[in-house]
Design a protein around this ligand. Structure first.
Ligand code: NDP
Ligand code: 2IT
Length: 449
C-alpha cells in the first residue's frame, strides 16, 4: 500500500498520527482492493483520505485577569457518505490538524460499523481546560461556538465530547448555539438529560468497551468474572469501563492521568469509583489523591522520556487503555503479554502503536481495536439524535439494550469480515475491512462528489 502512503506523506509531511491511522487501514484492506478492482478504478482510497472540508479558526477570549487569550480551533468534516458528519470535540494543548485528521478518519469507519446513519468528523482546540475557572471555560466555549455555529447543524454536522469536553462544555456550547441560531435542536450530542440528552450517553463508551471485551472472551467460552484488569485514564471512558467491569465481577487495579497512575492491589470498588468520579468530574483534581485517601494503593508518578509505561507491567488478564493515542508501545505490549494479558480492548482512540498491535496479534491476544471496541459512545450519540428527531426519550433499559445489540453486532461483523478475508480472529483487519466497504460502497453509489 505504499502508493497511498506516498500520496499522503507527500501532501502532508508533518502529520504522523494521520499517517499512522491511514497506514493501518491501507494494510488491512489490500485484499479487498484486489478482489474489487472497481474500488481502485474509482480512486476510493485517494478520495477517502482527503477530508471533504477543514475549517480552521481563531478563538479569542478574555481570562479572569482581563487578559486576552488566543486559541486555534478546527473542525474536520471528513466524510458524509453515510450521514451528517459526526464526531467529538477535543480540548487539549496537544490538539493539531494531524491528531484531528487521524481521529476524523477513524471516526468515519467507526460510525459505519455502528450501522447508524452517521458520517465522520472531529474537531477541537489547543485550549487547555485544566486550571481554568468555569467562567473562563464558558467564555472560551462561547467564542468557539461564535464561529463553529455557521458550519454545523442537526442534518449537517453534529459534534459531541472527547478529551476535555464533557457535560459542562457541551452545555456552554449548546447554550450559545441556541442563542445564535434562535433554534432548539439536536446539534450536539452528550446533552444534559433535561434538555435533549439521552440516558446512558455518559456511560456508553465505557460500557460498550466492556460489552465488546465480553463478546471477545465468549469466543473462548470465558467471561470477565474474576479477571484482573488494568485500566488507564480516569476520565469519562475509564470511569464507566471500571463501572461495567465491576458489575461483571472483574477486579480493576489501575487508573491514571497524565501525571501518573495508581495501583490498588485490593481493587477499585464502587465506593472508590464514586470518589474518582467526584474527584475528576466535580473537583477536577488529580488521581494522586486516590492513593492519599486509600492507603492500600500506591501512586507512581510518570516521568517523561521513559521507554515504557510501568502501568502496563502488572499481572493481569485484561487491559483497557482509556486515556489517549499511542499509550501502549511494543515494549508495553511485550510486558502485557509476559504478565498474562489475553484481552486488550481499546477505549481510547488508537492507544496502541503499530508494532504494539503486532505483538498482540502475534501472541494470540484478543485485540479489540478502538474503531470497533469504543464505538458505543458514538452509537448512543446516534440514538440521542434519533430520540431528538422523534421528540421522545427512551428509558435506560431501552437505550442500554440497543447499545448491547449494537456492540454484539459490531463484534460479529468484525469477526465475519476477518474470517472472510483469511485472517480469522484478527479484529483489527475485520473492523477496517467492514468499515471501509460500507463507506466506499456508499461513495460509489453517490458518484464523484
Ligand atoms: P476525558 O477528558 O474524560 O479523560 C481523559 C483521561 O485521559 C484523563 O484521565 C486524562 O488525564 C488522560 N489523558 C489525556 N491525555 C493524556 C495524555 N496525553 N497522556 C496521558 N494521559 C492522558 O476524556 P475521555 O475519557 O472522553 O477520552 C479518553 C479517550 O477515549 C480518548 O482517546 C478519546 O478520544 C476516546 N474516546 C472517547 C469517547 C467519549 O465518548 N468520550 C468515545 C470514544 C473514544 P489528565 O486529567 O491528566 O488530562
Ligand atoms: O471518539 C469518539 O467516538 C467520540 N469521541 C464520540 C463521538 C460522538 O459523536 O459521540
Amino acid at each position: 500500500m505504499t502508493e497511498i502512503m506516498d500520496i499522503v506523506t507527500a501532501r502532508d509531511p508533518g502529520q504522523p498520527e494521520f499517517h499512522q491511522a491511514v497506514s493501518e487501514v491501507a494494510e488491512s484492506i489490500k485484499p479487498v482492493l484486489d478482489k474489487n478492482p472497481e474500488y481502485r478504478q474509482a480512486k476510493v482510497l485517494e478520495r477517502i483520505v482527503e477530508p471533504e472540508r477543514i475549517i480552521q479558526f481563531r478563538v479569542p477570549w478574555v481570562d479572569d485577569k482581563g487578559e486576552v487569550q488566543v486559541n486555534r480551533a478546527f473542525r474536520i468534516e471528513m466524510n458524509s457518505a453515510l450521514g451528517p458528519y459526526k464526531g467529538g470535540l477535543r480540548f487539549h494543548p496537544s490538539v493539531n490538524i494531524s491528531i484531528l485528521k487521524f481521529l476524523a478518519f477513524e471516526q468515519t469507519f467507526k460510525n459505519a460499523l455502528t450501522t447508524l446513519p452517521m458520517g465522520g468528523g472531529k474537531g477541537g482546540s489547543d485550549f487547555d481546560p485544566k486550571g481554568k475557572s468555569d467562567n473562563e471555560v464558558m467564555r472560551f466555549c462561547q467564542s468557539f461556538m461564535a464561529e463553529l455555529y455557521r458550519h454545523i447543524g442537526p442534518n449537517t454536522d453534529v459534534p459531541a465530547g472527547d478529551i476535555g469536553v464533557g457535560a459542562r462544555e457541551i452545555g456552554y456550547l449548546f447554550g450559545f448555539y441556541k442563542k445564535l441560531r434562535n433554534e432548539f435542536t439536536g446539534v450536539l450530542t452528550g446533552k444534559g438529560l433535561n434538555w435533549g440528552g439521552s440516558l446512558i450517553r455518559p456511560e456508553a463508551t465505557g460500557y460498550g468497551v466492556v460489552y465488546y471485551a465480553a463478546e471477545m472472551l465468549a469466543t473462548r467460552n470465558e467471561t470477565l468474572e474474576g479477571k484482573t484488569c488494568l485500566v488507564s485514564g480516569s476520565g469519562n471512558v475509564a470511569q464507566y469501563t471500571t463501572e461495567k467491569l465491576l458489575e461483571f465481577g472483574a477486579k480493576i487495579v489501575t487508573l491514571s492521568d497524565s501525571n501518573g497512575y495508581i495501583y490498588d492491589p485490593e481493587g477499585v470498588s464502587q465506593e472508590k469509583l464514586e470518589f474518582v468520579k467526584m474527584l475528576k468530574n466535580v473537583r477536577r483534581g488529580r488521581i494522586k489523591e486516590y492513593a492519599e485517601k486509600y492507603s492500600g494503593a500506591e501512586y507512581v508518578a510518570l516521568e517523561s522520556g521513559q521507554d515504557h509505561n510501568p502501568l502496563w507491567d502488572y499481572q493481569a488478564h485484561c487491559a483497557f487503555p482509556s486515556a489517549t493515542e499511542n499509550e501502549i508501545n511494543a515494549l508495553d505490549a511485550q510486558n502485557l503479554v509476559k504478565n498474562g494479558v489475553k484481552v486488550v480492548a481499546e477505549g481510547a482512540n488508537m492507544p496502541t502503536t503499530p508494532d504494539g498491535i503486532d505483538v498482540f496479534l502475534n501472541n494470540g491476544v484478543l485485540f479489540g481495536p478502538s474503531k470497533a471496541a469504543n464505538a458505543g459512545g458514538v452509537s448512543v450519540s446516534g440514538l440521542e439524535m434519533t430520540q431528538n428527531s422523534m421528540r421522545l426519550g427512551w428509558n435506560r433499559d431501552e437505550v442500554d439494550n440497543r447499545l448491547q445489540m449494537i456492540m454484539k453486532n459490531i463484534h460479529k461483523t468484525c469477526l465475519d469480515a476477518a474470517e472472510e478475508y483469511g485472517t480469522p480472529q484478527n479484529y483489527m483487519n475485520g473492523a477496517n475491512i467492514a468499515g471501509f466497504v460500507k463507506v466506499v460502497d456508499a461513495m460509489l453509489d453517490q458518484g464523484v462528489v
